[in-house]
Design a protein around this ligand. Structure first.
Ligand code: NAD
Length: 269
């Protein structure tokens, strides 16, 4: 019998920040190939809206939704308790939640210049993007240890885990916050640690670093960013489906501790 190594049937995959733009896309990618997806987010309203839309697309999609704040141990433990009650194991954890300001016309936060960047914001953002990934990995990774078939942890980093934001593409005072590359670079350290820590229990860990996705960014930003990318465009939302499927599946069984960068070539020049 030839096993389909890309199949995600019988895999339960928990994703954080699943109400957001890419969290939803990653969920679609996984549901499309038969995974059961546990979608979690701090924003339950948006999460439930996503659920309705997904079930409209395909009523056979298998998904569960939970409100979960990744920066709160008690909130994460509550979800784990719920899953245990349902005798639901977790095969894959995707640490995706992050505070990720979008550079569209609504973006008005002018406190992102380093000189004005408050300690409060620094701590708030690190708490979600980095501490949140630590909390979820600790709690769900410990639960995964009981699986006979091991598990996978995927940390969603960014091209800014490899290069730093080019400040020239952001408009005056609306810089990409300093926390963002700090969090994303930190996630690579977390990835390497986790890739070795539970490897005797069959738990692998990798990071995925997407390049920027085209949404409703303002024209000025788009013109500048395109010049930095050899492919002269930002990514389409659905261009990350296949890499997420690969990283979650047995097709990537010998990949461990790596940072997969998919950035249209931006980082090579
Ligand atoms: N969109 C991009 O262009 C892009 C590029 C590279 C990397 N990424 C990374 O991909 C991930 C998703 O990005 P996105 O663009 O979908 O962001 P998004 O802002 O659209 O979604 C983030 C989600 O995280 C949730 N969230 C915020 N705080 C939370 C908390 N404490 N607990 C749980 N959930 C919380 C939000 O409610 C939101 O639904 C992020 O890690 C981001 O850094 C995005």
């Amino acid at each position: 019998m030839v096993l389909n190594k890309f199949s995600l049937k019988n895999k339960n995959i928990l994703i954080t920040g699943a109400a957001g733009s890419l969290g939803l896309e990653h969920s679609i990618a996984l549901l499309n190939v038969g995974a059961k997806v546990i979608m979690t987010d701090i924003d339950l309203l948006k999460l439930n809206k996503n659920k309705v839309e997904l079930l409209k697309k395909n009523k056979k999609f298998q998904l569960l939704c939970f409100k979960m704040d990744v920066s709160s141990e008690s909130s994460v433990k509550k979800v784990l308790k719920n899953l245990k009650k349902k005798k639901f194991k977790i095969d894959v954890l995707i640490n995706n939640a992050c505070l990720n300001p979008k550079f569209d016309n609504k973006f008005k936060n002018n406190n992102t210049a380093l000189e004005k960047f408050s300690l409060k914001n620094w701590e708030r953002e690190i708490k979600v993007g980095l501490t949140g990934a630590f909390i979820c990995s600790k709690i769900f990774g410990n639960y995964m240890k009981k699986n006979k078939t091991g598990g996978v942890i995927i940390n969603i980093a960014s091209e800014y885990s490899v290069v730093t934001p080019d400040h020239r593409i952001y408009s005056k005072n609306n810089f990409k916050p300093i926390t963002y590359p700090v969090i994303k670079t930190g996630l690579i350290g977390l990835t390497k640690y986790l890739a070795t820590y539970w490897i005797d229990k069959g738990i692998r860990c990798n990071a995925f670093s997407p390049g920027g996705v085209k949404e409703n960014q303002n024209r000025e930003f788009l013109t500048k960013v395109k010049k930095l990318i050899p492919m002269k465009r930002m990514a389409n939302k659905n261009e990350y489906h296949s890499v997420i499927q690969f990283l979650c599946s047995d097709a990537s069984s010998y990949l461990n501790g790596q940072n997969i960068l998919m950035d249209g070539g931006r980082s090579i020049w």
